[in-house]
Structures are given as C-alpha cells and as structure tokens.
Design a protein around this ligand. Structure first.
Ligand SMILES: Nc1ncnc2c1ncn2[C@@H]1O[C@H](COP(=O)(O)OP(=O)(O)OP(=O)(O)O)[C@@H](O)[C@H]1O
Ligand SMILES: [Mg+2]
Length: 469
C-alpha cells in the first residue's frame, strides 16, 4: 500500500483495516486457517474414522481403560488432525462431566440443614480441591479425569525424551516440578514418570504420532514399557494411540508390543478429488474473503493433490501458496493462473531444499550436468560428464573421485529425481549411458553456487565431442 493511498475494504468493516494494511492483499481474511497447526471444527469425509475412534475412546468417560489403537494411512489423510480434534473433544467432555458433578455436590451441600457445615465444606473445597474433600469412598463413584497427551515422535525420538515429555506434560496438570531434558538415569526417569502418572489419578491417553520414527531411531523398548505400564501403576490408567504412515510398522515390533499396541487398528484411506474439493472449499470459505477466489481454483488444487496420492496437506499447500502469490501481485482475485505458479514454486522449493543438503561431491556432479546443458548439451554421455566433473573438482581443490564413484553419485541424483540417465543403443557401435537434467537449469545452478561452489561460477566445462547427441 503506497503512502497516502486510499484504503478501501471489501465489506466496509473497519475491523479488517489492519489485515488489509498488513498484507496489502484482498484475499486472506484469516491466514491461520491454512496453517498446519489449525484444527478445523469439522473434518469432511472422516465421519467413519471419527466415529470408530470415538466409540473406542468413550469408555474412558465411564472410567474404563480404552484398548490401545494403531492408526495407519498415507501422508495427508487426516490421521493427526482427527486425533487432535478427538483429543480436545474428549478432554472437554471429561471436564464438563466432572464440573457438573461438582456443581451438583455443592448444590447439595448448600441445601444442608446445618448452614455451618455447608460453609465449612465449601471452604474446604476451595482450599483443598474437590477430589480431596470427596475422600476415596465418594471419589470412586466420580469418574477419573481424562487427560490426553500428544507426542510427536519425530521430535521426541528417544526413550528418555518420550518419558520426560509425558511426565512434564503431566506436571503441567498437577503443577509439579519438571524433569530435566537430559542428565538423569533412565531408571530414575521411569520411576518419576510412574509417580507423576499415579499422582494425577486419571485416565491418560497418550497419542504417539509418527511412532515408527521413534522405533527406527531408538528401538521398541519404550513401547514395551508403555504397553506394560498399567501393571506398575496403582491409580492411573494409560491407553496408547500410535500413528504411522507405514502399514508394515507393527511387523518390526516385539510380538507382545505388537499385540498390545495393535489391539485395535484403523486405516485412513487417501482422499479422492471430490473429497479434497469439499475439504478445500470449507477451508477456503473460512480463509478467504467472499468473492475473492474463482471456484475453479479449489477444484484445480484438489485435482492436483488427488493425482498425487490424495494428500490433503499437499492440496492445502497449493491453495495457500496460490493465495500468497496472488496477494504478492496485489491481484484482487485468486485465479487459476496462480495455481500453476504455485505448483511450480512448491516444486522448486522442494528441489532447492534437496539440492542444498546434497554432499559436496554429489553437488559437483549435478553442477556438471547443468553446466554442460548450458554449454549446449541437453543430454550428455557419462564420459563427458566425468571430464566436466574432474575439471570442477580440480578447480576447487577437491579429491577427484574415480569414474565408478561418479556413476554411483549419478544414480543417487537419479533416485532423487534431479537427473535422468538412460542407456541408449547405437546399434553395432555399442551402447552408452546418456544423462540429462530433470530440474530447471538457472534456478538450480543459483542454488548450487551459494557456498563453496561459488568459486566456479561462470566457468564452463570443455566439450569433448564437437557435435551434440
Ligand atoms: N477431512 C479433513 N478436513 C479438513 N482438513 C483436513 C482433513 N483431512 C486432513 N486435513 C488437513 O490436511 C492436512 C494434513 O492432515 P494430517 O496432518 O492430519 O495428515 P496425516 O495423515 O497426519 O499425514 P502424515 O502421515 O504426513 O503425518 C492438515 O492441515 C489437516 O488439517
Ligand atoms: Mg500426521
């Protein structure tokens, strides 16, 4: 927005003025809605999964321990969001049930014939808390509170970290002191976790998202401990919900862990294009101003994601990036054109991220393919590629790898989808492997030449053959 330029807002409400001035855009009403952390109130096309899970978990509200559950499904099928939504609904319901019980108890004491006793009970509740005043006899009739703890095992990937994380989340409930993130013997963390769990006298549901990552990194000891923990606890009961996008995950586990964690199993299927369209339409209505986007945009994003395994995250990413590009352009409307641009941008971001994390020698092989392309070789032979690679490695004072090793690096680049190599037959003249880039030359070269490889910027390799292929 330029200085002095008149600000106008679509629906005339002054409340939106900061949003418009802040972004300069006319599309986003609420950016949060398209972020990963946002949990929508409704999740279209997941009714069956929600109901199945809720039926298993509802027993916790009646004081019984639900079976452990494993949730599977490909990426972006809603496993995390469904569990988080249910987790919130369950704790809200548990709090509501308990507070209405407490209210009834207090109403009863207020109607007691001895007013002094009634005041004394009220004071005691305020001072000591409801559970203490009830005493163990009465309390057993009141269901245990349900607590839910969400752990992302990609971040919490060791036994120690998982246990301290659970204990510290419980500490927040009981306002106890926290366990240090490192330094204690595992046995001690285990004992303190048990003590803290029992202190809450609750039914604790632990959601272990991306649990396969934890097992690959640290083995299944922690799962063994957690699936047996109820045998060691006196008051609290624990249920586990494991989430993984690897359907074979349970096969890697000890058979006792496998049968306990997989007591119930639920598979989330990928969304189809029509389902993704419904999901996106709801999110778009919440996220964007009315009339600021073409309906085709939603259908287009849904169709792209449906082609790529029905991943709702992918669909939301394309929608969000399209809207950001339209806003950057100060476009009054989000059109299909921005969806195409967004698709390219997302792909380029993915490629840049992969390229930046390649080892230096692999980067050099890719750089050679791209420089040869700039020199006129849309496709090149391994021989010519090896010459170009040796030239750059020499210029950078790096060890010059042998031909075999370069061929191995080439096949790694091929697997990552950055180059393509094909064996071409020249009839009686034999066969040769031809290599070509599968990524945009200038953008990827710019990305490659950010660090050490900046030294060879602009240096062209020699071409061995006078003609192209
Ligand atoms: N039915 C739905 N309605 C609305 N949004 C959804 C729905 N399903 C998924 N999403 C959204 O799509 C994105 C991906 O969903 P989620 O994170 O739950 O996938 P996931 O199955 O856990 O994937 P991964 O295995 O990669 O962790 C999230 O932003 C989520 O809010
Ligand atoms: Mg997930």
């Amino acid at each position: 927005m330029l200085k002095g330029e008149q600000v106008s807002y679509l629906d005339g409400s002054v409340g939106d003025i900061f949003n418009i001035l802040d972004t300069g855009g006319r599309i986003f009403k609420n950016r949060e809605v398209l972020r990963y952390s946002y949990i929508p109130e409704t999740l279209p096309h997941r009714d069956l999964e929600i109901q199945t899970l809720a039926r298993i978990l509802v027993t916790s509200l009646k004081g019984s321990t639900p079976s452990n559950i494993m949730l599977y499904g490909m990426t972006g099928t809603g496993k995390t969001v469904v569990s988080r939504l249910l987790m919130k609904a369950l704790t809200d319901r548990s709090d509501l049930l308990r507070s209405s019980m407490q209210k009834r108890f207090l109403e009863l004491t207020a109607s007691m014939s001895d007013p002094d006793l009634s005041v004394a009970i009220n004071n005691a509740v305020e001072l000591l808390g409801f559970d203490e005043v009830m005493g163990p006899d009465l309390k057993k009739d009141l269901n245990r509170p349900v607590k839910c703890i969400y752990i992302n095992c990609q971040q919490m990937d060791t036994e120690y970290r998982v246990m301290t994380q659970i204990a510290n989340r419980l500490a927040a409930f009981t306002e106890d002191d926290r366990l240090p993130v490192s330094g204690l013997p595992v046995d001690e963390v285990h004992d303190r976790l048990l003590a803290k769990l029992d202190e809450t006298d609750s039914l604790t549901i632990i959601i272990m998202d991306e649990v396969d990552r934890l097992v690959y990194k640290s083995g299944d000891d922690i799962l063994y401990t957690l699936t047996r923990i109820n045998e060691e606890l006196v008051r609290t009961r624990v249920s586990l919900i494991g989430i993984s996008n690897n359907l074979q995950f349970l096969e890697y586990l000890d058979s006792r862990v496998k049968s306990s964690l997989g007591a119930e199993e639920l598979v989330f299927n990928p969304y189809n294009a029509a389902q993704l369209r419904d999901i996106l339409s709801r999110r778009a209505e919440e996220a964007f101003y009315q009339g600021s986007f073409d309906p085709d945009v939603v259908a287009h994003c849904a169709a792209i994601a449906a082609n790529e395994n029905g991943d709702a995250r992918k669909a939301l990413d394309i929608l969000r990036v399209s809207a950001e590009l339209a806003e950057r352009d100060r476009s009054p409307k989000l059109t299909d054109l921005y969806v195409l641009q967004a698709q390219k941008k997302i792909e380029m971001d993915r490629v840049s991220q992969v390229v930046r994390t390649l080892p230096i020698q692999t980067k050099l092989v890719l750089l050679s393919v791209l420089q040869l392309k700039l020199a006129g070789r849309a496709r090149t032979t391994t021989k010519e590629l090896f010459e170009a690679y040796s030239f750059y490695a020499g210029r950078l004072d790096l060890t010059v790898l042998g031909r075999r090793q370069v061929v191995n690096l080439m096949s790694e680049l091929d697997k990552l989808g950055l180059i393509q190599s094909k064996v071409i037959s020249f009839g009686r003249h034999g066969r040769t492997t031809m290599v070509e880039a599968s990524v945009p030359t200038t953008e990827v070269l710019a990305c490659l030449q950010e660090g050490l490889l900046a030294k060879v910027k602009g240096m062209r390799p020699k071409l061995i053959y006078s003609t192209g292929f």
